[in-house]
Design a protein around this ligand. Structure first.
Ligand code: UD1
Length: 430
């Protein structure tokens, strides 16, 4: 099993380049099914979730090819509408293949999806929307059989702006007859990116970035395209927060400022307490220098975009451990995203959890290294952040979770001077 050995406290110096967004790439891979042709995803990050998606597509007849330019996926020769059980059960984003499979083949069999165990993750919004577009759904304990001889445009109001359901319904509507109105959709930058990508392929989606989308069904999309997805805002946030927490002098390149602006503002506000903090922002990169006493960045409540991203919640908690003052985080998107706290406790962390609100009592140098186990993807990354600011050595087990979403995390950190080492191989499937 892969683990990280981490020695803290670290300082960071140098430049790190952010990869294209995991959550954009995964849906663009799903969307490639609609093309019945070829997409080159430029600079595609080599992360485990992408590898699993490639495995799923290959097992139904698609081809995938990694080159220096990125990942090419060709879906022309898909020969079955039954998605492989074991692989789809592993990754929740595989359920986003349902929309495009239905749109192209009128039927799909898919197992109930897996993914990080961060709470109940029902699929009712996906399924209700698909039904409104004309799909019929049969299910047993393990899988769904979804069919639709004719997908027809409809007016669908999402009861919650689910990212995945929004994307699935967009993908299902691209070829639907007539006009589809999706109301109360997710506005996450990755949803916007998917819409821009689909329009570049020939889809007709309007209202991009707003709460309501209109999709005018088209007969087909282009057969070949290359696309560069937006930079990963969660990876950007992770490196930005880590650079704030540790003594550092770091340039973060390939960023989309708009998508992380609030975070940079919070850090900039701290300069009144600590003149050693300096952030300079350009349109596609930022520079952060951080020295001396670090203070809490305040209280956060996670919510759909443009609110504070739930995927940054565990990272912000880890920052809370190493700074002066209290950091309070209220989780409203997922109901059980606190598994990382059990690991923090092993490091001597002080916190209290009341319902869905955690208060972290910053202890700075009193946090010590420990033997830790990643509970999930972002919880795992938070353990790396905490270990890099702690005194002494940590062993972090099950880092395959981190590799699901962070490209070359250990190598990028090493290039900044962090003392982190991957041991027991570079790939593990657990
Ligand atoms: C996506 C992201 C994930 C991010 C999350 C929220 C991908 C591959 N993953 O996950 O990184 O943390 O958005 O920004 O893009 N819900 C329902 N019924 C449904 C669907 C969702 O109740 O049919 C609930 C979920 O249980 C959760 C909330 O809605 O409480 C948000 O989930 P959703 O936005 O769907 O997240 P994902 O698309 O799974």
């Amino acid at each position: 099993m892969c683990k990280y050995l981490v020695s803290g406290p670290s300082t960071l110096y140098g430049e790190v380049k952010i990869s294209p967004a995991k959550n954009s790439v995964l849906t663009i891979i799903c969307a490639s099914i609609l093309l019945a042709g070829e997409v080159l995803i430029k600079d595609c990050p080599d992360i485990l979730d992408v590898r699993v998606m490639c495995e799923i597509l290959k097992s139904i007849g698609a081809t995938t090819l990694w080159t220096k330019e990125g990942l090419t996926v060709n879906t022309k020769n898909i020969f079955t509408t039954i998605l492989p059980k074991q692989k789809t059960a592993k990754i929740r984003a595989s359920f986003f293949m349902v929309g495009p499979m239905l749109a192209r083949f009128k039927t799909v069999t898919v197992s109930k999806p897996g993914g990080c165990k961060i709470g109940e993750r029902p699929l009712d919004i996906h399924l209700d929307g698909l039904k409104k577009l004309g799909a019929s759904i049969k299910e047993n304990e393990e899988e769904y059989l979804i069919t639709a001889n004719l997908l027809k445009g409809a007016k669908i109001t999402l009861r919650y702006p689910s990212v995945g359901a929004t994307e699935n319904l967009i993908l299902a509507s691209v070829f639907a007859k007539g006009e589809t109105n999706l109301i109360n959709v997710a506005k996450e930058p990755e949803v916007v990116d998917l819409c821009n990508y689909l329009n570049a392929c020939g889809a007709k989606i309007k209202g991009i970035g707003s709460q309501n989308l209109t999709i005018l069904g088209v007969e087909s999309l282009c057969k070949s395209i290359s696309y560069t997805p937006i930079p990963d805002r969660i990876e950007t946030g992770t490196f930005l927060l880590l650079s704030y927490l540790l003594d550092s002098n770091v340039q973060i390149t390939n960023i989309n400022l708009q998508n992380i602006y609030d975070l940079t503002k919070k850090i900039n506000n701290i300069t009144c307490k600590n003149s050693g903090i300096y952030v300079k922002i350009y349109s596609d990169k930022l520079y952060i220098r951080s020295k001396g006493e670090k203070y809490s960045l305040g209280d956060f409540t996670t919510s759909p975009y443009p609110g504070f991203a739930t995927d940054l919640h565990p990272i912000m908690s880890a920052v809370g451990l190493g700074v002066r003052g209290q950091t309070k985080i209220t989780e409203t998107v997922f109901d059980s995203r606190f598994m990382y706290l059990k690991e923090f406790a092993k490091m001597g962390a002080k916190f209290s959890l009341n319902g869905n609100t955690v208060t972290i009592f910053g202890k700075g140098e009193n946090i010590h290294g420990a033997h830790l186990v990643c509970p999930d993807l972002r919880g795992g990354a938070s353990l790396v952040v905490a270990s890099l600011s702690a005194q002494g050595d940590s062993v972090i087990e099950k880092v395959a979770y981190i590799m699901r979403g962070y490209s070359q995390f250990d190598k990028k950190l090493q290039s900044l001077g962090a003392k982190i080492k991957l041991i027991d191989g570079d790939y593990i499937d657990d």
